[in-house]
Design a protein around this ligand. Structure first.
Ligand code: NAD
Length: 455
């Protein structure tokens, strides 16, 4: 006899949302979490970075408010108060998840869970059996074997940088992905001299290069060196090679931000034959693994390392455990309709395929870029700053919208509308017929639809 209907290994966004949905449907659920509920997102990822970024933006806005007729002759920031705001935000939200699971009747066991067979999990000397198991163990920062990195106190990962005691004067960031760009935005606004070293030709590899270049150029007070291959770190100096020339970047602190890797080891999956690669636990589009009644959701699948993708994966696994026939009613992961957001200064967001990905897949598309400066609200807030842009990508013949990317304010708040467009396979003509509220920055999407040449 199983002890519970479902055991969930990991209490991050994928795990806790599945627990909530399952318990709402009357299933008995046990969540095993070795650290704090909320996972990377709530504790050391999305939430603390957004709290700090908000503090920094408040400071920055006041510092640059003179052109809007606001004078603040002496302003200063207090890093420890910013840290306190971040910690309070995290505590509030972790408390929220803890309370939600408690109210839902979900049992939470603290400790490192181990899958010893497809239906049995051990935590220390306790053993639990379930009808279904959901693996939601998440991911950890990837630390490449660069000489001088391991054990170097001047090198931190994103978790370490979130809680540094002092704002560094010079920060070198290895990796121009989303973590690198977000932390560059936070610290450059506090006066840190920030340099990003990116190995590839452009930052933010999931964006079209033209849009990533717009964002990179608009990052205020951030130096970006592209095509930089890091050779070693000596103390707090990064040695890298670019165009065949070896260079040295002196800093006070080095952030390693070259990606995260799914946590596929250390909890028993490999030992009982759970199919996985270094990129994650292998799942189908309904979050099934190769073992019956074992599901995997979130970062551990390696399919998308985003909290909101984990939510959806958790919901799909839960829906199929509750009612296996719900697959027929759309409980399937739509990988191409997952929005992404970059909380930088400026912000960016997108959904669907990039133009480059369409070309790789042989989908013939037309794209158009519209400046956000066509929006009255944008001009009222930013003047004629040219960085704000919407890029719309549609199939050339059918005009079905395949992708949309925005660089500019409110982009992460606006992008869900484009996600709906992609999900519903709307056409450029449909988009033109939508009534957008005026004046809003989101009218840039409408401008892009009208700018698109239709046959
Ligand atoms: P990433 O994969 O987004 O970017 C890593 C970057 O590092 C790439 O541009 C890559 O070319 C570069 N790189 C790799 N090796 C390098 C080297 N040796 N030298 C220089 N550059 C190198 O990874 P990340 O920024 O670390 O983020 C990790 C994960 O966390 C991502 O998958 C992301 O989805 C998630 N995350 C999301 C958000 C968000 O949604 N806003 C925020 C933070 C993190």
């Amino acid at each position: 006899m199983p002890d519970v209907d479902v055991i969930i290994l990991g209490g991050g966004p994928g795990g806790y949302i599945a627990a909530e949905r399952l318990s709402q449907a009357g299933k008995s659920v046990l969540v095993v979490e070795k650290e704090s509920l909320g996972g990377t997102c709530l504790n050391v990822g999305c939430i603390p970075t957004k709290a700090l970024l908000h503090c920094v933006k408040e400071f920055d806005q006041i510092a640059h408010a003179a052109r809007f007729g606001v004078r603040a002759d002496t302003i200063a920031y207090d890093w420890s108060a910013m840290q306190a705001w971040k910690d309070k935000t995290v505590a509030t939200l972790v408390g929220g998840v803890t309370g939600m699971l408690k109210r839902a009747g979900v049992r939470v066991v603290t400790g490192a869970g181990r899958l010893v067979s497809p239906d049995t999990v051990t935590v220390g000397d306790q053993t639990f059996r379930a009808s279904d198991v959901i693996i939601a163990t998440g991911s950890v920062p990837a630390i490449p074997p660069i000489p001088g990195v391991a054990g170097n106190p001047a090198v931190v990962d994103s978790t370490g940088l979130l809680s540094v005691a002092q704002v560094p004067q010079r920060l070198a960031i290895i990796g121009g992905g989303v973590i690198g760009v977000e932390f560059a935005s936070i610290f450059s606004r506090l006066g840190t001299e920030v340099t990003i070293l990116e190995m590839m030709d452009e930052v933010l590899p999931f964006m079209d290069q033209d849009m990533a270049a717009r964002l990179r150029s608009a990052l205020p007070d951030v130096a970006v060196t592209l095509g930089a291959r890091v050779l070693s770190v000596e103390g707090s100096t990064v040695v890298y090679v670019r165009d065949g020339v070896t260079e040295r970047l002196e800093a006070d602190l080095v952030l390693m931000a070259v990606g995260r890797k799914p946590l596929v080891d250390g909890w028993g999956g490999a030992e009982i034959g759970l199919e996985h690669t270094s990129k994650g636990v292998v799942v189908d589009d309904q979050m099934r693994t190769n073992l019956p009644h074992v599901w995997a959701v979130g970062d551990v699948t390696g399919r998308s390392l985003l909290a909101h993708a984990a939510y959806r994966m958790g919901e799909i696994a839960a829906a199929l455990i509750i009612d296996p026939t719900s697959a027929a009613r759309g409980q399937v992961m739509r990988w191409d309709a997952i929005p992404w957001a970059v909380y930088a200064v400026p912000e960016a967001a997108g959904v669907g395929l990039t133009q480059a990905e369409c070309e790789r897949r042989g989908i013939e598309v037309t794209s158009v870029e519209a400046p956000l400066a066509l929006s009255g609200r944008y001009v009222a807030e930013h003047g004629l700053d040219r960085s704000g842009t919407v890029k719309l990508i549609a199939e050339t013949e059918s005009q079905v919208v395949r992708g949309l990317q925005i660089v500019g304010p409110y982009a992460p708040e606006t992008i869900w509308g484009a996600a709906l467009a992609i999900e519903m396979e709307v056409t450029v003509s449909d988009l033109r017929q939508l009534i957008f509220p005026h004046p809003t920055v989101s009218e840039g999407i409408r401008e892009a639809a009208w700018a698109m040449k239709t046959q």
